[in-house]
Design a protein around this ligand. Sequence first.
Ligand code: NAD
Length: 541
Amino acid sequence: MGRGFFNVPTAVNEPVKGYAPGSPERAELLATYNAMFNSNIDVPMHINGEEIRTGNTKNITPPHDHKHVVGQYHVAEKSHVDAAISTALAARQEWSSTSWTERAAIFLKAAELLAGPYRAKMNAATMIAQSKNVHQAEIDAACEMIDFFRFNVQYMTDIFKDQPASAPGIWNRVEYRPLEGFVYAITPFNFTSIAANLPAAAALMGNVVVWKPSDHQAYSAQVIVDLFKEAGLPDGVINVIYGDPVMITDTALASPDFSGLHFTVSTHVFKNLWKQIGNNIHNYKTYPRIVGETGRKDFIWAHNSANPLQVATAIVRGSFEYQGQKCSAASRAYIPASQWEAVKKHVIAQTNELKMGSPADTSNFVNAVIHEGSFDKIASFLEAAKNDTNAEIIVGGGHDKSVGYFIEPTVILAKSPTYATMTTELFGPVMTVYVYEDAEWEASLKLVDESTEYALTGAIFSTDRYIVEKASKELENAAGNFYINDKPTGAVVGQQPFGGARASGTNDKAGSAQNLLRWTSVRLIKETFVTPTDYKYPFLG
Ligand code: NAD
């Protein structure tokens, strides 16, 4: 549309609602939760806007009450994946040339619908499917998703405004074209907002998408589909497929039209997919973009100038919120010996106060971990720690899967900085502490930097600016999101763009212009107004 240079509404972060007793939002959310928990949802796949029901279904069960079935979702055969790809490519013809204003309007509308009529439903679905308490659901499924939509629209226009200079007599301009083909989005269970953003960021930039949500997020994924539909997203732009991740991925990556992977999963899966894309490289029409956020072993490091209560609070909040299943959750800490007794006292006191149970009871800080596989893995590490002289469980350690997959928030004291839980990614509420001699603080920074292959988030605590500067330099590559005197979780779109490097991902920062740029391919257009007619340059004379 060439009839104006339009400004989009200035993006602002969605205010987080408090859900205090007696508040209207609390009453609405809990009523919605109860209604959804006690009904049965049938989640289809979505190809070209049609609901696809294969009859081959799997149950949806809340992690905190795994015998209770809240619905089922339908899984794909290979033919459905092929159909999703060809549908996306057909939809591309119109979508890729639709004015950016129309695309912006769809996602701005989605943001407003989610801020209003969809808020309780999206939060309740996330509480049920992914076992998030009210606050964790609100900051993820409502606020972060709204922020992704609003800020991405603003970043898109910022990108479009970035234009080259033009020398006299010519006009240079760049177009930010969508990729030629389709984008394949594979999303994790742990953030409903990430599940929405991975396909939406690519679609906003004019791409068409095949989206494979996590099986453990199907309930809230369906609410995202409803939201996009009501916001006006045309059929076929984002097609949703459930089922065997290997079959779906093999089919998507075998297509010559595969042009990008937008992905949040574990490191080994991502590395294998990178290899698979490399093996297929001769088949593709274009070099695919590969964007991945992967595993992590996020750290808290404290100097003896830090405040022990602040360090302890960061450990409790940073490690145990959402059962340690945030990508940014801390799971290893390095504490100076002179501070350990004070930090330990506060950590034990605060952790013992945390209530655990269903998100329906809003006094519960901790809910269940996502599934039995995760529960069993974490429990096995806790049992090993109980029987290992190199480890001591100082609080927590209990686990029970009889009703839900409940793991007590646990702090392990490790005698070695390379003890298993200091270095292995566990997706659960387990923090391991290594206590170092105060004088060895510089060596302890090396441990932080070199003990794992990951580099997603990390936090340092000190009141000494020389130490803060030194640690920041020493840990320059140890975290993509680096926090000074704060817990390493809670990144906000528009304020702390999120992502890590090394084995934690390609660091293309979700919720930033850098990420959106990956879903475009620039065309430079140079136009010359008085075109030369003589080949001779002056120097030839
Ligand atoms: P997961 O690896 O079990 O599954 C995530 C997605 O990948 C799902 O959709 C799943 O079906 C799919 N998948 C699994 N195996 C696959 C395969 N072989 N081929 C293709 N797809 C496959 O991860 P999860 O439990 O949902 O999420 C946790 C993981 O994601 C952790 O490793 C975590 O660190 C990572 N994560 C990272 C960030 C980040 O910002 N770096 C954010 C969130 C999650």
